[in-house]
Design a protein around this ligand. Structure first.
Ligand SMILES: NC(=O)c1ccc[n+]([C@@H]2O[C@H](COP(=O)([O-])OP(=O)(O)OC[C@H]3O[C@@H](n4cnc5c(N)ncnc54)[C@H](O)[C@@H]3O)[C@@H](O)[C@H]2O)c1
Length: 278
């Protein structure tokens, strides 16, 4: 098979959750620009409409649609999947991506104790929200993807956005974020094992720091990203466009023998020496 053929996603039916901004938008852009039919789902309807219009206007080859959906609402999410399957002729690729930040951790970037981030001060509703969006909704999304793909009988690719937070603990990231992403990465491995016999591949993208809208666009602020720049082997944070080749690889037949993998894309940040803790 030629390289072009391996990376070909023309006519594939794709869903991306959390696609109004950031990494989800980048996934949608690369898939649409390569001729896939893409539906973007997001809780932020206004921004979603703008993003869909901008992608359409960028001269892409495939069809693009959007639907305002909260991924924690199982009924609404299932209806959105059914609508996409009917409109796009099934579902071949699903990016389970929507996520939120978890606020400050128990340490400041300078390594001092942050009173609000301590476990005994953690708001239970905050824990429930972060686990609900960042872990349970990934389960909701992957379950629906599996249901459609198994019924279709033509395989598929499910790609979850996890994080390097799945592999290490970090005091400056809000505590609920870490077990949520560890859970996502473990769920990916579990489902890869279960769904392989149906030729449904399940993989995780584990990003380090990318400039997106997460945490109110914190990474766009030069001061806020200094700690990440210091810790990255490459001395910088990443632009969302840099996720696109990996997304295309995992969505296409180029990764036909890849399942259950954890694709780290972090500028080597995970290799940094342990932080000092006061
Ligand atoms: N940016 C990074 O540095 C980074 C690093 C590691 C992992 N991630 C992960 O990448 C994924 C995407 O984050 P991002 O950085 O692009 O953030 P972002 O804020 O730019 O985009 C996230 C999108 O998800 C949407 N969303 C949030 N809650 C939702 C819900 N309940 N239902 C539907 N949509 C919802 C938001 O409206 C937004 O459009 C998340 O899972 C995040 O944890 C990001």
């Amino acid at each position: 098979m030629s390289l072009d053929r391996m990376f070909d996603v023309t006519g594939k039916s794709v869903i991306v959750t959390g696609a109004a901004y950031g990494l989800g938008r980048a996934y949608a852009e690369i898939m649409a620009s390569r001729g896939a039919d893409v539906t973007l789902l997001d809780i932020n309807g206004d921004q979603l409409d703008r993003t869909v219009d901008e992608i359409r206007d960028s001269g892409i080859a495939g069809q693009v649609a959007g639907a305002a959906v909260d991924v924690t609402d199982r009924t609404a999410l299932a209806e959105a999947f059914d609508a996409v399957a009917a409109r796009q002729g099934g579902i071949d690729v699903v990016f389970a991506n929507a996520g939120v930040d978890a606020g400050p951790g128990f340490l400041t970037p300078e390594g001092r104790r942050n009173p609000d981030g301590q476990i005994d001060a953690l708001d239970d509703a905050h824990w429930d929200k972060v686990i609900g969006v960042n872990l349970t909704s990934i389960y909701n999304t992957m379950k629906l993807a599996a249901r459609h793909m198994k019924a279709q009988g033509r395989g598929g690719s499910i790609i979850a956005t996890s994080s390097i937070a799945a592999f290490y603990v970090d005091g400056i990231v809000g505590t609920p974020y870490m077990p949520a992403k560890a859970g996502v990465s473990h769920l990916v491995k579990q489902l890869a094992m279960e769904l392989g016999r149906y030729q449904i591949r399940v993989n995780a993208i584990c990003p380090g720091p990318f400039i997106t809208n997460i945490a109110g666009g914190r990474m766009a602020n030069v001061e806020d990203r200094q700690a990440f720049i210091r810790w990255s082997c490459l001395g910088r944070v990443a632009e969302t466009d840099e996720i696109k080749p990996l997304a295309l690889y995992l969505a296409s037949q180029a990764s036909g023998y890849v399942t259950g993998s954890q694709m780290v894309i972090d500028g080597g940040l995970i290799l940094r020496p342990a932080q000092e803790i006061d």
